[in-house]
Design a protein around this ligand. Structure first.
Ligand SMILES: [Zn+2]
Length: 469
């Protein structure tokens, strides 16, 4: 059974003030209902004033998605009766969006973009003592009302949950590169998904926050619809709510048609002519996009495509981290090897992102330098990187604190001498031609000094000692 998935992605745009007023958008850590004014509360007589930055962000998103930018845009009022908009309508774009058409490649599959438009975010509803369907009461925080959003609507071209996930990851990375969105913000990317099976009725799952939840919600919905079809039950056209706690979708309301909203043109905002200069200027100053960056890292630093792919796809901060390391440390291939193989592994193991850890390009390259100048062995570096990622402490300090630096050769020679005299049998075996006995002695020395010696040096010293005796 074939799944058909279309996504509507709402992304909070990075601007200092709201879409139609000067209230701040920095609202994560402030008291509810403090970043509000007559405009975003919809007082009678107040008039919206359009935030130019939000429109510019929308245009760059349209350009990155190969959409065609409309020369003249308009806004509409989407009328509905719900407390999350004090005005009883949301200002959005209906008839004429900012951009139409375009696509995004996921692997070899082209996912069509239907439209890109700008709208204001509604208020945040906090359901007390239950979920959306059974809460005792609901609190409203209007701080979020009026924050600029871009809505990106895809064609129903997505064919699996995994593809939806990959699409969103790529889109998020592009938005991050454009500098229009903060991926770490609370609820900065929310998704409505339309799902159908074998051309059946479309079900919309509303308001899913975060990549992992999109995957969970889609998995649940695809399985639910498949088993309904298998049992001969009808799929009802409806809107469903996804509960992130239980991982289950449930009926919210029968699907309304777009026409049910009663759109009217927003009379307080006249037609806006974007102008060739504005769009052309933004086109000319487009930042580097992820695919271009992957290629550039390969060309510039001589690393493999596989490595570049991992570095760039981990997030913008990781590729900036990598390039900064290359400024501080001359061998860019070594940096890539250690970053991809050991640093990312340790971060994953700790369940940390680069931003959450305290590591820096300065301290990471310190680890590589210490290997080069013989302070620590490669083996120890691989061990040390775990502690380093966990604590963010300078590797040099960690080595000092734990007394892990390589032993000076003289001290090592003493240890070798001890091991040799403690093991006369092995020495005799070696001399009678059983060269393997040397391996035993090397093993004993390494065990005694733990990671504080390079295996090669120990081998040399043991062979030297065996010759002398
Ligand atoms: Zn306001």
């Amino acid at each position: 059974m074939k799944a058909t998935i279309g996504l509507e992605i709402h992304v909070q745009l990075k601007t200092q003030s709201k879409l139609f007023c000067s209230c701040t958008t920095d609202i994560d850590d402030i008291e509810p209902n403090t970043a509000v004014c007559p405009i975003c509360l919809g007082y009678p007589g107040s008039k919206p004033k359009l935030n130019k930055k939000a429109i510019e962000h929308g245009i760059t998103i349209g350009i990155a998605l190969e959409s065609s930018i409309k020369p003249v845009i308009r806004f509409s009022r989407k009328n509905y009766f719900y407390p999350d908009m004090a005005k009883n309508y949301q200002i959005t774009q209906y008839e004429v969006p900012l951009a139409e058409g375009g696509y995004l490649m996921v692997g070899d599959h082209r996912i069509g973009i239907t439209r890109v438009h700008i709208e204001e975010d509604p208020a945040k509803l906090v359901h007390v003592g239950g979920g959306i369907t059974n809460a005792r009461e609901t609190l409203i925080d209007y701080n979020r009302a009026g924050v600029p959003l871009v809505e990106i609507v895809t064609e129903p071209d997505i064919t699996s949950t995994e593809e939806a996930r990959d699409f969103l990851k790529k889109l998020s990375l592009i938005l991050e590169h454009l500098g229009v969105y903060d991926p770490s913000g609370e609820g900065s990317l929310r998704v409505d998904a339309n799902v159908s099976i074998d051309g059946g009725n479309r079900v919309e799952v509303k308001n899913i926050t975060g990549f992992r939840n999109v995957e969970k919600a889609l998995n649940y919905e695809v399985v639910r619809q498949r088993s309904a079809v298998n049992m001969g039950l009808p799929i009802v056209r409806e809107t469903r709510h996804f509960d992130a706690e239980t991982g289950v979708t449930s009926t919210l309301r029968l699907k309304e048609q777009e026409e049910d909203y009663g759109y009217i043109a927003e009379p307080d905002l006249t037609q806006i002519h974007l102008g060739v200069d504005l769009v052309g200027g933004l086109r000319a100053s487009m930042p580097e996009l992820p695919d271009q960056r992957i290629q550039r890292l390969v060309d510039r630093y001589g690393i493999t495509r596989f490595q570049s792919d991992i570095i760039v796809n981990t997030g913008l901060r990781m590729s900036v981290f990598y390039e900064k390391c290359c400024e501080l440390y001359s061998n860019s291939k070594t940096v890539a090897n250690w970053l991809v193989t050991y640093l990312l592994k340790s971060l994953n193991y700790e369940g940390m992102s680069l931003e959450e850890s305290k590591i820096s390009p300065e301290t990471f390259t310190e680890l590589l330098t210490m290997m080069d100048d013989g302070t620590i062995s490669e083996r120890l570096a691989k061990e040390l990187i775990k502690d380093y990622v966990k604590t963010g402490k300078s590797p040099r300090k960690l080595v000092e604190e734990k007394n892990l630096a390589l032993l000076p050769v003289d001290e090592l020679r003493v240890v070798v001498g001890e091991i040799v005299s403690e093991n006369p049998q092995a020495v005799a075996d070696y001399r009678s031609g059983k060269t393997k006995a040397a391996e035993y002695l090397i093993g004993q020395v390494l065990r005694k000094v733990r990671a504080r010696a390079a295996a090669n040096t120990v081998r040399e010293l043991v062979l030297e000692a065996l010759k002398e005796n």
